[in-house]
Design a protein around this ligand. Structure first.
Ligand code: CP
Ligand code: NVA
Length: 306
C-alpha cells in the first residue's frame, strides 16, 4: 500500500490497519531522510485553530515548510467564520485557494462538516472528541523506542478524554493492549470502547477498564496520562481536580511499574496535577521525543494526503 484510501484524516477508527501501518512507515522514512524536501513544493495548508496550541501549530507549520510548502494560521477572529460565515462557505472558498486544511475545533461536527464541504483534504488537529495526529505520533514513538507494538501494554491513567479516545483506537489497530483507569464519570465513551473491541477481535488487543491506577500499570510497558481539565472545561476545574486526585502519575505509582516502563504525556502538562515533576522529568519519561514526533508523523500524513 502506498496511498491512503481517503481524502481526509478525521479519526483513527476510520483508518484500516494497513493505512495506520503506512503512516508509521512513511513517518520512519521521512524522519530518517533529509529534513527539507520538495514533496509538497508550492502547496499551502490553512490551519484553523479555535483553541490554543503550541505543538500542533508549530509542528504543522514547520512540517509543511520542510516539505516545500507553506502553512497559514487562522484563529476564528482572523476568518469571517468568526463573524458567522458558514462552515460550508468557508470550506468551499478555502478549497479554491489551498491544498489542505488542518482544523482544531471544539465541536467534532465542525471538522466533519469542513471535510464534507471541502474538496481538499481536511486533517483533524484535535476536537472535544479525539486527537488522531497525537495518537499516531504516540504509537510511532513507542515503536521507535521498543522496535515493536504488537503485544505491548499501554496504561492510561486519568480523564477519559479526546486523547484517550484516539489512543484506544490507535492501540487496537496495531495489536497493543490498553488498560485505562479513570474514575466514574470520567471514563471514555462506551461506544468507542465497544467499537475498539470489535477491531481487537482481529488484532488480538485487549482493552481493560481498571479500578485504580495501580491495577492499570502493573504489567504496562507504557504509562500515559493527560490533563484533568481539557480546553473548554475550565469551569469544571475545581471539581475535576477533586474527582481525579487519586489518578495522579507520581513516584509512588512508578515504584510499582516495570523498571523500563515508558512514561508519555501529550503535553501541555499541568505539573503537580496529573503528573509530578519527578516523573515527567525522570529517567522513564520520553515526553519530548514524543512531542518532536508530532512533526514527523504529520509530515507523513500531509505527504500522503496532499
Ligand atoms: N499535544 C498537543 O496537541 O499540544 P498543543 O495543544 O500544544 O498543540
Ligand atoms: N485533552 C487535552 C489535550 C491537549 C493537547 C485538551 O483537549 O485540552
Amino acid at each position: 500500500m502506498t496511498k491512503l484510501n481517503r481524502k481526509d484524516l478525521i479519526s483513527i477508527s476510520e483508518l484500516s490497519i494497513e493505512e495506520v501501518q503506512l503512516i508509521l512507515n512513511e513517518t520512519e522514512t521521512l524522519k530518517k531522510g533529509p529534513r527539507n524536501t520538495t514533496h509538497l513544493a508550492g502547496k499551502t495548508l490553512a490551519m484553523i485553530f479555535e483553541k490554543s496550541s503550541t505543538r500542533t501549530r508549530v509542528s504543522f507549520e514547520t512540517g509543511i515548510y520542510q516539505l516545500g510548502g507553506i502553512g497559514m494560521f487562522f484563529s476564528p477572529k482572523d476568518l469571517q467564520m468568526g463573524r458567522g460565515e458558514t462552515i460550508h462557505d468557508t470550506a468551499k472558498v478555502l478549497s479554491r485557494f489551498v491544498n489542505g486544511i488542518m482544523a482544531r475545533t471544539f465541536s467534532h461536527q465542525t471538522v466533519l462538516d469542513l471535510a464534507k464541504y471541502a474538496t481538499v483534504p481536511v486533517i483533524n488537529g484535535l476536537t472535544d472528541f479525539d486527537h488522531p495526529c497525537q495518537a499516531l505520533c504516540d504509537i510511532f514513538t513507542v515503536y521507535e523506542k521498543r522496535g515493536k507494538l504488537k503485544g505491548l501494554t499501554m496504561a492510561y491513567i486519568g480523564d477519559g478524554n479526546n486523547v484517550l479516545h484516539s489512543l484506544i483506537q490507535a492501540c487496537v489497530k496495531v495489536g497493543m493492549n490498553i488498560n485505562y483507569a479513570s474514575p466514574i464519570g470520567y471514563k471514555p465513551l462506551q461506544w468507542v470502547v465497544d467499537e475498539a473491541l470489535e477491531v481487537a477481535k482481529v488484532t488480538g488487543s485487549k482493552i481493560k477498564s481498571k479500578e485504580n491506577a495501580f491495577d492499570a500499570i502493573a504489567d504496562a510497558d507504557v504509562i500515559y496520562t493527560d490533563v484533568w481539565v481539557s480546553m473548554g472545561q475550565e469551569e469544571e476545574n475545581e471539581k475535576r481536580k477533586k474527582d481525579l486526585k487519586d489518578f495522579q502519575l507520581n513516584g509512588e505509582l512508578m515504584k510499582k511499574a516495570k523498571k523500563n516502563v515508558l512514561v508519555m504525556h501529550c503535553l501541555p502538562a499541568h505539573r503537580g496535577e496529573e503528573i509530578t515533576d519527578e516523573v515527567i522529568d525522570g529517567p522513564n519519561s520520553i515526553v519530548f521525543d514524543q512531542a518532536e514526533n508530532r512533526m514527523h508523523v504529520q509530515k507523513a500524513i500531509m505527504k500522503l494526503l496532499m
